[in-house]
Write a protein that binds this ligand. Sequence first.
Ligand SMILES: Nc1ncnc2c1ncn2[C@@H]1O[C@H](COP(=O)(O)OP(=O)(O)OP(=O)(O)O)[C@@H](O)[C@H]1O
Ligand SMILES: [Mg+2]
Length: 481
Amino acid sequence: VPRLRMHLEGYAHKAVSHINPYVEITFPEYGGERLERCQAYAAIQSYLSASASARAKRLKASVKDTRSLVLSMDDNEEVVDEFEGVKLWWSCLIVSGNSTISLHPFSENRRFFRLTFHRSHRDLITGSYIKHVLAEGKAVAANNQLRKLFTNNPSSNWHYYKESKWSYGAFEHPATFDTLAMEPSKKREIMNDLLKFQRGKEYYARIGKPWKRGYLLYGPPGTGKSTMVAAMANFLNYDVYDLELTTVKDNTELRKLLIETSPKSIIVIEDIDCSLDLTGQRKTRKQEKDDHEEKADSVKRAEKGGEESKVTLSGLLNFIDGLWSASGGERILVFTTNYVEKLDPVLIRRGRMDKHIEMSYCCFESFKVLARNYLGVEAHLLFATVGQLLEETKMTPADVAENLMPKSDDEDVEACLERLIEALGKAKKEARMKSEEEKAAEATAARAMADKEGQPNWWDVYLVNRHIKHASRATEIKESR
Ligand SMILES: Nc1ncnc2c1ncn2[C@@H]1O[C@H](COP(=O)(O)OP(=O)(O)OP(=O)(O)O)[C@@H](O)[C@H]1O
Ligand SMILES: [Mg+2]
C-alpha cells in the first residue's frame, strides 16, 4: 500500500505540474545571513513603482519631501508586466509573522515579491528579464533619491562623530544641460566626456588611475560656471561637495574632509585663485567677512605658541592627484576661476585638471537657449538683430538672461527682446567709448614717449657712430685685399 500511495502521489504531482505550467520566483524583503534588506527587493520595488504601478489599482504613497510623492504597489496587489512580448505577473505578498520570538525586528510582517510566468519563458526571464528589472530599478531609485549639497564646517565645530565635518541640505538647483546656454557642440562634448567617465570604471582600473576626473571652469563672472556645476550634478545624479578652502586650516584638515566625501560626487572649489592665496589678489566675500575673526584667531594661536599653517599648493596637488580617493568610487573635481592666467601652471597641467572649459560671453546659440527658457520662443523677427549685436558686443549670459526676463505679466516676447536689444546697443556704445578713451590715452602716452625721444640720447649717438666706424673699417680691409 505505501508503494502504491507513493506512486499515486508522484503521479498527482506530475499531473499538477502538468496542469499548472507556471513558474514562481519569490524575492523576500529580508534575507541573507544577517537578514539585511535585500537589494533585489528594493530594486524590484523601485522598478514596479515606476512602471507597473501605473497599472495597479491599489497604490501605497510615501511622501519623501513636500514635493515628491512616491507611489508603489500596495500589499497583496498584482500587476502585469510585459517583456519582449511575454506576459508576467508581479504580486506583492505579505505574510503575517507568527508571534514566536524572533531575533530581528522585521519578522512581524514578512513581505515578498512573487514573479509568476509561464515555464516556456524560463530562460528569457531568468536570463535577461530579471537583470533588466534590477538595473532599471536601481536607476529609478537613484533618480528618486534626493541629492545632497554638502558644505564643509570649520574644524572648531568638528566632533568625534563623522557627520560633523560636512553639513548638508537638499540639492535642488534646477539647472540642466538643457537650460545651460552654451555653444551646442561644446555642450555635447562635455556631456559625452561626463558619460564616458561615468561608464569608465573598468577603464580606470585597467590603466591604474583612481576613478576621478578634474575640470577647470574659467571665464568672467556671470558666464555660468556655477550653473554648469549644477547641470553636471543633475546630469550624473551626483551629490555636490562645495569645499570652501578658506575655512580649512591646513593640509591635514583638507585630507580629513576629503576622506569623508562619498563616491559618486562632485567636489567643487569655487574661485580657486582667491582661496589659495596663489595670487594674493582678490578675496572672496566670505574671506573679507572672516578677516576680522581670523586675525583675532591667529593672535590667539600665536599666544598659544602654535604656528599658523594653511592649505598649501602642494596640499592641494595631493588632493587632486587623489591618493585619498583611490579606495572609493567615482569622483569629479571642479575648480572655477575668473582668472585662469593667474593660476600656477603646476595646478592646471593636464592630468591634474583633465579638461579646461572656457565659459565665455553669450553667443547667438546661447541666446537661443535663453530665449527658449525665459520666453518660450524658438524664433522671432528680432532674433536677427540680437544675433548681429551679440557678434559686436560682449555680454554675459547672466546679463542677457536678466534682460530677457519678463518684468511684469503684461510684457510680451517682443517687449523683452526690445529691452535686450536696447541694452546691447548701450553696451556697444559704452565699449566703443571706452576703447576710444583707451586709444586717446595710448596716443598721449606715445606722444610723451616721442617727446622724450626727441631729445638726443648721447649713448645712442655714440653707438651709431661706432657702428659706422666699424663698418667702414671692414670695407677698407676688404678692398685692400
Ligand atoms: N551659460 C548660462 N546658461 C544659463 N544661465 C546662465 C548662464 N550663465 C549665467 N546664467 C545665469 O546667470 C546667473 C549667474 O550665473 P553663474 O552663477 O553660473 O555665473 P558664474 O560664472 O558662476 O559667475 P561667478 O564667476 O561670479 O561665480 C545664473 O543664475 C544663471 O541663471
Ligand atoms: Mg560662480
